[in-house]
Design a protein around this ligand. Sequence first.
Ligand code: SPV
Ligand code: MG
Length: 431
Amino acid sequence: MKKVYTCFCTDVIHEGHLNIIREAQKYGEVIVGVLCDEALVHFNKFPTIDFNERLNLVKNIPGIAQVIVQNEVMYDNIVKQIAPDYIIHGDNWKTGAMKAIRDNCIKLMKETGGEVIEVPYTCSDNINHITAQIREKLMMPEYRRKQLKELIKLRDIVKTIEVHSGLTGLIAEKTIVENDGKIDQFDAMWISSLCDSTAKGKPDIELVDMTSRFRTISDVMEVTTKPVIFDGDTGGLIEHFVYTVRSLERMGVSAVIIEDKTGLKKNSLFGTEVNQSQDSIEHFCEKIKAGKKVQLTSDFMIIARIESLILEMGMADALTRARAYVKAGADGIMIHSRKKDPAEILEFCDLFRKENKTTPIVVVPTSFNEITEAELAEHGINIVIYANQLTRAAFPAMESVAKDILKYHRAKEADERLMPIKDIISLIDEL
Ligand code: SPV
Ligand code: MG
């Protein structure tokens, strides 16, 4: 009996999957792999049901000889393990990031003398409806909020990109790349105070009020499913911060990061060039405790951001604060630096990890941008935030087009740098 292998990474079995099984049965006994969560989150939507439920869904499909776990996106180990004569897949993998998986299967089957079978992807109103329902589910606060904690467990490092609008949200949501045979996407979104303010032409000094910041979150959430980390600046007055926590939690935000500064906050990248004062440990701990006390779910995270290295207060101060903030209930520590060399960040992480193995560490490598995600992960860092790159990419592109239109008195010269309207429209989902 020939072996036919297919892999499912779905939360709902629909007629498209049943069609693949039916086709597979024509070639031999059918073995179905269920992709594990760690691998799935590299290129797919976050699962809405847990792995065992997904496994059971597949086990309940009639006509399958065996159900196994597929631990990697690529099929090398599966081919070694079960030596299938055929791999069968929907033909929707011919384009986009999934093409890398197709290439991998074709190469493997060529080596082993097997064959790849492609089945026309089933399109139906029912399948479209199911896909849309899964998406809508992930947008619901209770599904979205808990994703961040899950991702910290699933990912070597949670890749977070700054967003400040529906459009930048769509870029964070939909950008998937294939590189070196690996597929990857962003895990989470950062609502930066700097970029949210900049988009409004305002300075990053807690001037843009919470109502407006919440509006940005809502614009992003309306068109995305990924978890949101909110830059809460100093958190403001303790009496105000508790209300912010409640509102963020209700919206489905996964985490707020508050920094231990007080008075008129300025952007950290100014460092000591401007007057900035650090909060006392006691007062900042009170703020953390107050926030933790009012939150209603165990999913929401309050992450304490330490400004000691930015304000040149030294490593010992940073570590003392980290200990105190964790003791006060902080669910994570963000350590920031504006040095080009990551040495002080890595030293902090190494020292902190010696005494604390579990509290998540967040970093924002804007100035120390040579360091790779793998190196950050080696030093125990759990979340990396690319905090302003989309804004910094867009501004010069827009400015140069504006200049050229003025220079040439028409838009033709700028046109080749512009995205066709058709492509912009295809970014936007229609209900
Ligand atoms: C932000 O993005 O607003 C931040 C990070 O707070 S930084 O600008 O580096 O301070
Ligand atoms: Mg900020």
